[in-house]
Design a protein around this ligand. Structure first.
Ligand SMILES: Nc1ncnc2c1ncn2[C@@H]1O[C@H](COP(=O)(O)OP(=O)(O)O)[C@@H](O)[C@H]1O
Ligand SMILES: [Mg+2]
Length: 241
């Protein structure tokens, strides 16, 4: 479970990028974090993964405060960043072994999982190439594989489906469902709506750094009591006028 308590963030010379955000991400459900570009999704995710300092408020991950107990907290989540352009000078297989080493994944389990996952994602035959030569989608898939390799309870994914081909997107969605159904935490962001109805158990919508809706599809429909399409509801919610 992730708990975000009254969290704010401002960047130099900027208005509040995140404004008194309260959000609970329970176990056993897929929670989608939705909002238009610039709403504050990545900033929130960077605070809850300990990449950006929190200006006000606190965030706990399974009870561990990310600011006070960063090591304990970091051991239990896996994170897929929005820009997967990292470790470009490593070969795919070197990156995965590096992850296996830092998270102490036993060699036999490591080999098995790497083969299974990279075959599912169609990058098995690219593991000897440098990440530098990978496409955006391939870089995303190698990072997702790295996360799944150490099998964390909590998954935090920033726009994980952007740039994935349909088969890989389908595979990842199935994995997210499976992981949540085993009682784990799955939190992912998206600026698109396509995923909501097919994937999310709970939707949290953010706009201008403020949470403007939290609930399931049923509650979203009830709150708006209209025949509006999901798209119209979303546009209305995030309309700045
Ligand atoms: N490092 C930064 N410095 C200044 N402003 C930033 C920085 N990172 C993000 N912002 C601003 O914070 C707001 C939220 O950005 P972000 O969290 O990336 O949005 P999202 O991921 O929802 O598209 C935007 O207005 C953006 O310009
Ligand atoms: Mg973002």
């Amino acid at each position: 479970m992730i708990e975000i308590n009254d969290v704010s963030k401002h960047f130099a010379g900027n208005k509040r990028a995140i404004d008194s955000l309260n959000l609970t991400i329970p176990d056993g459900k897929i929670v989608g974090f939705l909002g238009p570009n610039g709403a504050g999704k990545s900033t929130t995710i960077k605070m809850l993964t300990g990449i950006l300092p929190i200006d006000e408020g606190a965030i706990t991950i399974d009870g561990y405060d990310i600011a006070k107990n960063p090591l304990e907290a970091k051991k239990i989540f896996g994170y897929v960043p929005d820009h997967p352009d990292m470790f470009l000078r490593l070969k795919g297989i070197e990156y995965l072994n590096f992850i296996g080493d830092i998270y102490d994944v036993p060699k036999n389990i490591r080999r098995e999982r790497i083969e299974k996952l990279t075959k599912q994602f169609d990058i098995y035959y690219d593991l000897d190439a440098y990440i530098q030569t990978y496409s955006h989608g391939m870089r995303q898939k190698i990072i997702v594989t790295g996360v799944l390799l150490h099998d964390p309870d909590i998954w935090i994914l920033d726009e994980p489906l952007t740039g994935l081909d349909p088969k890989s997107a389908y595979t990842l969605k199935e994995m997210m469902r499976q992981h949540a159904s085993e009682g784990n935490t799955v939190f992912f962001s998206s600026h698109g709506l396509e995923v909501v109805e097919q994937l999310c158990d709970i939707v949290a919508i953010i706009n201008n750094g403020k949470l403007i809706f939290y609930g399931d599809m049923q509650e979203m429909r009830e709150q708006f009591q209209t025949n509006q399409s999901l798209e119209e509801v979303f546009l209305e919610l995030t309309n700045d006028e």
